[in-house]
Design a protein around this ligand. Structure first.
Ligand code: 6GU
Length: 223
């Protein structure tokens, strides 16, 4: 998979993706991420990328030219199935859409800033508009990092234990069960006896019950 990210602040995204599992996926070439600074594509002699809104209103808007030219250049090099604009007024990202996007070969991510980007980009070039939740961030960069992390870990072979992405919360509309590790007793805080019983059938049943209990409590809408 290759992801091309258009942003005014690529460093924010880069620094979030250079650790742990995602770093390893990058090093192993299981994923290629290319960063494109929108400012580098500005035709303006001062490298201007934003302007006032037509019709009046507060806040600057990212201009069509640098984003349009950058996308057209990339599209001249390879085919993109998804050209995604990250925006709080997009469709909410969930595990089902992460699974879908993780199958894509080439993806473009556009990170907005200020008031947002010129609507013509959204109407004519963008294929998907994605939000990561019902709150507003100062820019699309952190959302892009969240998006990349959530789909890269789903690429086969990226997680060491192939089954572990399948047992994540949400994969079957259930939150994951409580987990424990050594020691069995710390300052009187004990691990549930059943997990140490060796009775695998009973453990499986307990995990399912706990998962359902947690889902009912925190996210009843999933049931
Ligand atoms: Cl994708 N962008 C911004 N700026 N804020 C958000 C978001 C995206 N998703 C939730 N809030």
């Amino acid at each position: 998979m290759r992801i091309d990210i258009l942003s005014l602040f690529p460093e924010i995204i880069k620094s979030s993706l250079e650790h742990s599992i995602i770093k390893k996926a990058l090093t192993n070439d299981q994923i290629i991420i290319k960063y494109h600074n929108i400012r580098d594509f500005s035709n303006n002699k001062h490298k201007k990328v934003d302007d006032y809104q037509y019709g009046g209103g507060s806040g600057m808007v990212l201009m069509i030219q640098p984003i349009y030219d950058c996308i057209k250049k990339l599209e001249g090099e390879r085919k993109y199935k998804n050209i995604i604009y990250l925006t709080p007024d997009g469709e909410k990202l969930d595990q089902a859409s992460c699974n879908k996007f993780s199958l894509s070969k080439n993806i473009i991510l556009i990170c907005g800033h200020y008031k947002g980007i010129d609507q013509r980009i959204r109407e004519h070039l963008v294929t998907d508009e994605i939000s990561i939740g019902d709150y507003v961030l100062s820019g699309g960069e952190l959302a892009a990092a969240v998006f990349c992390d959530s789909i890269i870990r789903l690429i086969p072979g990226v997680l060491g234990d192939e089954s572990s992405a399948l047992t994540d919360s949400f994969q079957d509309n259930r939150l994951s069960e409580p987990i424990y590790t050594r020691p069995k007793n710390y300052e009187g805080l004990k691990v549930p006896e059943i997990l140490i019983s060796g009775d695998t059938k009973a453990i499986e049943k307990w995990r399912e019950e706990k998962s359902l209990e947690r889902t009912k409590k925190h996210r009843p809408n999933l049931i």
